[in-house]
Design a protein around this ligand. Structure first.
Ligand SMILES: Cc1cc2nc3c(=O)[nH]c(=O)nc-3n(C[C@H](O)[C@H](O)[C@H](O)COP(=O)(O)O)c2cc1C
Length: 185
């Protein structure tokens, strides 16, 4: 029997009515064969500061790092802020990059979802994020899911069928990538 793939979703938006968090919650509720979704809330992480490393990592950071060691894949859902990614998300990635040179997440598959309110796909956040993530892992899924007009993609707290289809197609392809990578050890 195929082993379960554990996939952790991380939303880069902290606001209560975040579309990206709603998309992460939609993934958590979706059913994909041999796949379990988990989530991590990065608002618990302190701002990165090398001084905080001196006496061992602060508890939320240790939890974040440990959680990433226990899964096969991460999906980052990032808004675009000022043509980049939210500082909260960059902060979470900076903590994962420590201790310097440990290379412990190189086999983690990582995917990226970005939505923008406009009619054209976002050009910056996903590209910035993929660039930073390539520092962490050799298994970054280079094709992000780019959603547009995100204030119209939910109806009654569920994604419209078109959006749900797009998410499903992308997720299946990301899971296949993760499985292939895992088989390569
Ligand atoms: C500080 C800030 C900067 C933003 N910059 C951009 C931007 O550069 N490009 C863009 O398409 N949208 C930008 N937006 C709009 C966000 O894409 C939009 O607020 C989105 O809904 C945020 O995701 P969320 O619903 O998950 O919070 C910005 C929003 C904020 C709050």
């Amino acid at each position: 029997m195929a082993e379960i793939l554990k996939v952790m979703t991380i939303s880069g938006s902290l606001r209560k009515k975040s579309i990206h968090t709603a998309l992460a919650q939609h993934l958590m509720k979706s059913h994909y064969q041999h796949c379990e979704f988990l989530s991590f809330e990065i608002n618990t992480l302190p701002l990165f500061n090398e001084d905080l490393e001196q006496d061992g990592y602060p508890t939320p950071v240790a939890r974040w790092q440990q959680s990433c060691r226990e899964v096969d894949a991460l999906i980052f859902l990032t808004p675009e802020y000022n043509q980049g990614i939210p500082g909260t998300l960059k902060n979470a990635i900076d903590w994962l990059s420590r201790p310097y040179g440990s290379e412990q997440y190189r086999k983690l598959s990582i995917g990226v979802i970005n939505g923008v309110p406009g009619q054209l796909p976002g050009r910056y956040a996903a590209a910035n994020l993929l660039h930073s993530l390539s520092q962490l892992s050799d298994r970054v899924f280079e094709q992000p899911l780019l959603l547009t007009q995100i204030y119209n993609i939910f109806e009654d707290a569920e994604p419209t069928s078109t959006t749900a289809d797009l998410i499903k197609i992308w997720t299946l392809s990301f899971l296949r990538f993760t499985e292939t990578m895992r088989a390569n050890v």
